[in-house]
Structure formats: structure tokens, C-alpha cells
Design a protein around this ligand. Structure first.
Ligand code: SAH
Length: 212
């Protein structure tokens, strides 16, 4: 019960911060964030902050997870491609508002831990793979929605190629004046960028997949 109450408090907080999409708020009611953080931080699971996870990575701040999900445009008839599974929390939220989620992670220990959480929660519409987001989804077709949860200096070209015409990508981009969450639309094969919010994501790593 305590968990459910604190989860409700987080949902109320997200509403106060301007998240209005009921599908997104419902997803936050249903996903137990304490399952995605390490035991050391379980007491803080419903605070609106990023927390450290294994492999030097972080679980994103709930408001940012909610904001990115809302900006993607929840749609139970569409699939979404996520780069950077991490703890799998964002993935689990996406699984409640999209038909199917494809998620790519660079660190194998994080991927395996996230997969175990999806299984424990009975989330069957997620396909998780070890891979490099700079290369896009292996032999993946086009996707109308793409979310990247690590920061890059530019949109990885193979990933933009995988974005369907009329599709939408939400990605943190580095620039001279800082890091900004950016909405990228594909129109006539070209990218149209809109800056949304200043953010602080860990970098999108560039080497080949590793298990360390
Ligand atoms: N949404 C996740 C955020 C994790 S942080 C959560 O809330 O838990 C970003 C994640 O991106 C990390 O897990 C990191 O290992 C992963 N990552 C970094 N570079 C990557 C790359 N090139 N390809 C795939 N995943 C990458």
C-alpha cells in the first residue's frame, strides 16, 4: 500500500508539472519504479530525480520520462524504437502506451536486468537487444516513433534513416549552448528540429557493444 500511495504522489506531482496525457499518467500508476532502482535507493524510488544504476549509468528523472513519452504521442496502434534501455523504466512506461517496444542497450548487465524486470511484470510487448544505437536497430524496418535516452552531438544517421516519413524522434542533443531535448520530425526525407528543454543525459557511447 505504501508503494501505491507514493506512486500516486508521483502521479500528482507529474500533473502539477504539466503532464496532462491520461495514458501517460495511467502508465506511471501501473509501473513500480522501486523495481528499477537499486536497493540502496528504494526509499527514493518515487522522488522526481535521476538515480545511479549499474555500469555508471542513470535511471532518468520521472518528469523527463513522462515528458518524452507525452511528446512522442502515445498510440496503442504504433510501435516505438528506444535507444538506451538502462534500467528499463522508460521502456516499461512505453510498453503501456504503445503497441510494441523495441529497445537497444549497449551494456549487457543492464540489458539482462531490464529483461528480468519485464518478465516479472508480465510485459510481453517488449523486444530488448544488445547493440549500438549509433547503428540503429539491426535489420530493422522503418519506425514512426523513436526515443533516445542518451545524449548525442547529432542524430545518428542510421537512426534517422529508420525514422518513417512523417515520423517523430525525441533525442537529447549536445550543442554549444548545452544539451537540449529535441523533437525531430521527418518531412520530405528531411529533418525539422524543435528544441524542447535543457536536460542532462549521459552520453550515447560510440564503441562496439561490451559486456563490462
Ligand atoms: N531510460 C533509461 C536511461 C538510461 S541512461 C532509464 O531510465 O533507465 C542511458 C542508457 O543508454 C544507458 O543504459 C546506456 O548504457 C545506454 N547507451 C549509451 N550509449 C548507447 C549506445 N550507443 N547504444 C545503446 N545504448 C546506449
Amino acid at each position: 500500500m505504501t508503494d501505491a500511495l507514493t506512486r500516486m504522489e508521483l502521479v500528482l506531482h507529474l500533473r502539477r508539472r504539466g503532464i496532462t496525457d491520461v495514458r501517460v499518467l495511467n502508465a506511471f500508476e501501473r509501473v513500480p519504479r522501486e523495481m528499477f532502482v537499486s536497493a540502496d535507493f528504494a526509499d527514493n524510488a518515487y522522488g522526481d530525480t535521476a538515480l545511479p544504476i549499474a555500469c555508471g549509468q542513470t535511471i532518468s528523472q520521472p518528469f523527463i520520462v513522462a515528458y518524452m513519452t507525452e511528446k512522442l504521442g502515445p498510440d496503442s496502434s504504433r510501435a516505438v524504437l528506444e535507444i538506451g534501455t538502462g534500467s528499463g523504466y522508460q521502456t516499461a512506461i512505453l510498453a503501456h502506451v504503445f503497441r510494441e517496444v523495441f529497445t537497444l542497450e549497449y551494456h549487457e548487465p543492464l540489458l539482462r536486468a531490464a529483461e528480468a524486470r519485464f518478465k516479472a511484470l508480465g510485459l510481453t510487448n517488449i523486444t530488448a537487444l544488445l547493440g549500438d544505437g549509433w547503428q540503429g536497430w539491426p535489420d530493422g524496418g522503418e519506425c514512426e516513433r523513436i526515443i533516445v535516452t542518451a545524449a548525442a552531438p547529432e542524430v545518428p544517421a542510421p537512426l534517422f534513416a529508420q525514422l518513417a516519413e512523417g515520423g517523430r524522434m525525441i533525442i537529447p542533443l549536445e550543442s554549444e549552448d548545452g544539451q537540449f531535448l529535441t523533437e525531430v520530425f521527418k518531412e520530405g526525407g528531411k529533418a525539422r528540429h524543435t528544441r524542447l528543454l535543457p536536460v542532462q543525459f549521459v552520453p550515447l557511447l560510440r564503441a562496439s557493444p561490451s559486456s563490462t
